[in-house]
Design a protein around this ligand. Structure first.
Ligand code: TGC
Ligand code: FAD
Length: 392
């Protein structure tokens, strides 16, 4: 599944169906044509390529795993391959698709009213509307259960007050899925842009995910109609269920980033000459680095393929998603670091993709549950003892 087919030592390609290969190849060609030539410029200038969203919709990259409203209904492995190919270019582009698909369309399809689905799913799937997902708050990231954002009843309406932080697509979204505390526990709401009392402020100065918009959402006594409530979403398990979908895509996407940095490092090592006229690829220390990256990517691919099968069988546990997110993001982050090292000084300039991937992977390692939070999820699974909030 590497873009250089000769590197597929385990013939992992043969494990894919014709449709999965076709989805992978179509996404890859589009990314090579429409993203790769421009991504360094976009990232450098903090530009999200909004003009490509309609194309993404036409290519069936938005809402790909769903079959309602004429969406393509791809299997989970094909959806994973879309994430892989997008993140081969940039984590910000994959993030856009993850948020739109897994964090906005998923909860609307899963827990929205018929009216919510009829209004938003076709627009979101065609890329004619953008969504965002507001769970994190300035003081509650790893622990969303502590959130302060509150929705209270006022007659038939709801009054929403609070702040969300670090929200992908926040200021460009037409609709925000917002999670809040109510007298009946945690509930989800659809808040449309332009609703009085709802404003956004972008986070600037990011060294990471620069080709992606990240914003704060502010709700100041924001009045919502009763129809804004997602009727079927109750409790923290609803937003956490959305995270499972997105984490699934991230585990695939992180491998795309790893493939990009590995292939860049291999190309560079074969052409960069030091000492005695030989390329640095001839030195054993460099070969050890390449071998490590290659081996970890192969293991990561086999992990996500099995995860995709379990997802389609309906037997994928959220702890297994945590294992894959934690492992593959660590691999992506480490591959970017090693590739940067192999590039020497050239590794820090935007003529090569490695520093951008390295900076992006810092975010990918933090969002959707940090590396350590997923360690604790695994710890709780193995021991039966949750240690997120240890006793004093
Ligand atoms: P806890 O008591 O363990 O669980 C509450 C209820 O939820 C259930 N549950 C899950 N259900 C589905 N999927 C999961 N992953 C679940 N994890 C837990 C659980 O069984 C329970 O159900 P019930 O029926 O008993 O009520 O909750 P806790 O408050 O102790 O939290 C556990 C913890 C720390 C693992 C959780 O809070 C967590 O995952 N924290 C990390 C937060 C996080 O990942 N935030 C991401 C924000 S969105 C984002 O980053 C988007 S980035 C953009 C992009 O994707 O590209
Ligand atoms: P904290 O929770 O404060 O953690 C800080 C450190 O403490 C971490 O190393 C963590 O592992 C560690 N830590 C915390 N608790 C424990 C513990 N119990 N034991 C051991 N170590 C612990 N959120 C959304 O809701 N929607 C989005 O669209 C979204 N997009 C994002 C885009 C970007 C670019 C970024 C950077 C973040 C985004 N997030 C989004 C927020 C993201 O999910 C949070 O940053 C993440 O959950 C971590 O929260 P935090 O940053 O508050 O870190």
């Amino acid at each position: 599944m590497f873009s250089q087919h000769t590197l597929d030592l385990y013939d992992i390609d043969a494990l894919l169906t014709d449709e999965q290969r076709m989805v992978r190849n179509t996404t890859r060609s589009w990314v090579d044509d429409r993203i790769m030539p421009f991504i360094e410029d976009w990232a450098w200038n903090e530009k999200f390529p909004r003009e490509l969203i309609n194309e993404m919709g036409r290519l069936d990259l938005l809402g790909a795993p769903y079959s309602e409203y004429g969406l393509p209904g791809l299997d989970s492995i094909a959806y994973g391959l879309i994430n892989q190919e997008l993140e081969r270019a940039d984590s910000g582009l994959r993030s856009f698709v993850s948020v739109q698909t897994s964090l906005v369309m998923y909860p609307i399809l899963q827990w929205g009213s018929q009216e919510h689905k009829d209004r938003w799913i076709p627009l979101l799937g065609r890329g004619e509307a953008i969504g965002c997902f507001g769970l994190t708050e300035p003081d509650f990231g790893s622990n969303p259960g502590g959130m302060r954002t509150r929705a209270r009843r006022d007659g038939d309406d709801w009054i929403l007050s609070g702040e969300k932080a670090w929200i992908t697509n926040g200021s460009i979204a037409d609709v925000a899925v917002v999670w809040a505390r109510t007298d009946d526990g945690f509930r989800g709401f659809l808040v449309e842009s332009g609703t009085p009392g709802f404003s956004t402020v972008d986070h600037h100065g990011k060294y990471s995910l620069r080709a992606s918009v990240t914003s704060q959402l502010v709700f100041e006594d924001c009045r919502l109609p009763s129809t804004a409530l997602l009727p079927g979403a109750t409790g923290l398990k609803s937003p956490l269920g959305c995270l499972n979908q997105a984490r699934y895509g991230i585990a695939w996407g992180a491998l795309g980033s790893a493939m990009a940095t590995f292939e860049a490092a291999l190309d560079y090592a074969k052409t960069r000459v030091q000492f005695g006229g030989k390329p640095i690829a001839a030195h054993q220390l460099v070969q050890e680095k390449l071998a490590w990256m290659f081996e970890e990517i192969i293991k990561g691919q086999l992990l996500v393929l099995r995860m995709g099968q379990l997802k389609d069988q309906g037997t994928l546990r959220h702890e297994a998603v945590s294992v894959a997110k934690r492992n593959n993001v660590r691999v992506g982050r480490e591959c970017a670091r090693i590739a940067r090292e192999i590039h020497g000084a050239n590794g820090i300039v935007n003529e090569y993709p490695v520093m951008r991937h390295l900076m992006n992977m810092e975010t990918v390692s933090t969002y959707e549950g940090t590396h350590d939070i997923h360690t604790l999820v695994m710890g709780a699974f193995l021991t039966g003892i949750p240690s997120f909030d240890p006793p004093d």
